[in-house]
Ligand binder design. Structure first.
Ligand code: FAD
Length: 416
């Protein structure tokens, strides 16, 4: 029987890999068990906000991540007629000590995985291990896994403690909350990436339209994709609807289900319908989260990342919060003593903070700017926006989200 003691991390996503790296930097051994038979660079885009990039910098990976992605210069909000409602500088352009970066999720994952393998060892991540159960005593925990590839049981693994980083559908969390389900907002999303010439200068994060009449978020994630100067553009279409497929991140979508809504989004600076039509693949994902729970730690087990606090992906904040979780955990575990006490201190710090973000993402996410303007003006072009709402009021909506989400400009510490 394989007997690696120490820390068992279930799930080799952003949180699990960053946790393994953070623990290793503090001299603590850990092993990652990942359900996927092999780790592939899949998915579409993700935005790393400055507080997330700070954690990436603490792992020594800021330059690599920045080189693989695109630094956002500004964030801009438009109505579905292509009129700019509000814009603000982002990242270093807004005075943060860290940039805001749009990157292909697969590339980010690949960078973290390469760092884990280079720094900890080729066997630090064990694939094809889907967590299925756990026994714990006062002395330690025994984890049970099945091979994803053929369904056979794997040899049990023992560890001192277990950290669940197995994402929104966490199997570890299900042991403690067996009847819990994801909460669906009534918003469905379709995502894709398209090769396209740079839009509005090539470093703008764009939110266009509202979820009531059709919203699409558009941002670049790779520069000069084929040597012709084109970028890889990430887009996420979000629409209020009862449609609610299972939340599988790799579920393929059909553009016929939503493209008609966007065919009319034709501006002199972007043809949204063409952007969707030209995408290589389309993925479908319902916007889901989970109600915040009262407890993350059960003896020798705790949760981190999306397993702990899945949130609506409306504020580009899930990965940053996951990265902060695992840094706090690593610091507390490195302080020594009973790891169960470290888990309790971690939970006391992180659970209330992330619960507030989950709630804010439900009622007052950043795209409230688009909704607010549509509510005030109606679903029509506007030529005197100031008569309805001032730029300062729109800025306050944006700043309020940043304060709650933990990345107001004065709260992000400089790079370590
Ligand atoms: C559509 C969408 C867009 C998003 N956009 C952004 C964004 O722009 N910015 C941002 O910061 N965040 C964004 N997020 C959120 C962000 O992706 C998550 O918060 C982040 O990936 C959480 O990392 P994680 O490691 O906790 O979970 P995941 O990245 O989901 O990783 C979980 C890992 O656990 C593995 N696993 C699952 N079950 C088991 C099991 N039983 N046994 C072993 N392993 C298992 C999975 O295979 C996976 O590798 C977005 C989310 C969605 C859905």
């Amino acid at each position: 029987m394989e007997v690696p003691r120490g820390i068992a991390i279930v799930g080799g996503g952003i949180a699990g890999l960053a946790l393994a790296l953070g623990l290793h930097r503090r001299g603590i051994p850990a092993r990652v068990y990942e359900a996927a038979p092999a780790i592939a660079e899949i998915g579409v885009g993700i935005t790393l906000l400055p507080h997330g990039m700070r954690e990436i910098a603490a792992l020594g990976l800021a330059d690599t991540v920045l080189a693989a992605g695109i630094e956002n210069r500004e964030s801009a909000f438009f109505n579905r007629f292509g009129q700019k409602l509000f814009a603000e500088p982002r990242g270093k352009f807004a005075g943060y000590p860290q940039p805001e970066v749009g990157i292909h999720r697969g590339r980010l994952h690949g960078i973290l995985l390469a760092a884990v393998r280079a720094q900890i060892g080729a066997d630090a991540v064990t694939c094809d291990h889907a967590f299925v159960g756990l026994d714990q005593t006062d002395a330690g925990a025994t984890l049970h896994f099945k091979a994803t590839s053929d369904g056979s049981m794997r040899a049990p693994v023992t560890a001192d403690v277990v950290i669940a980083c197995d994402g929104v559908n966490s199997a570890v969390r299900r042991l403690f909350y067996p009847h819990e389900t994801v909460a669906f907002t009534g918003i469905n999303t379709w995502r894709g990436v398209t090769r396209h010439k740079p839009i509005l200068g090539g470093s703008t994060y764009m939110r266009i339209g509202s979820i009531k009449t059709g919203k699409i978020v558009v941002y670049p994630i790779v520069n000069d994709i084929d040597g012709s100067g084109d970028q890889l553009i990430n887009w996420i279409a979000e629409i209020e609807t009862d449609r609610n497929q299972r939340n599988d991140w790799n579920q393929v979508g059909d553009r016929g289900d939503f493209l008609p809504i966007y065919e009319g989004f034709k501006f002199d600076w972007l043809d949204v319908g063409a952007l969707i039509r030209d995408a290589e693949t389309v993925l479908e994902y319902p916007m889901v989260d989970k109600d915040p729970v009262d407890r993350w730690t059960f003896g020798r087990v705790t949760f981190a990342g999306d397993a702990a606090h899945p949130m609506y992906p409306r504020g580009s904040n899930g990965s940053a919060q996951s990265l902060i979780d695992v840094r706090v955990l690593a610091d507390l575990l490195a302080a020594g003593g009973d790891p169960r006490a470290a888990f309790a201190a971690y939970e006391a710090e992180r659970r209330p903070a992330t619960a507030e973000i989950v709630r804010t993402n439900r009622v007052s996410p950043p795209d409230i700017i688009n909704l607010k303007v549509e509510e005030l003006v109606g679903d029509r072009p506007v030529d005197n926006l100031d008569a309805y709402i001032s730029q300062d009021e729109l800025r306050e909506l944006s700043d309020r989200y940043k304060r709650i989400a933990g990345f107001s400009v004065d709260s992000v510490a400089p790079p370590p």
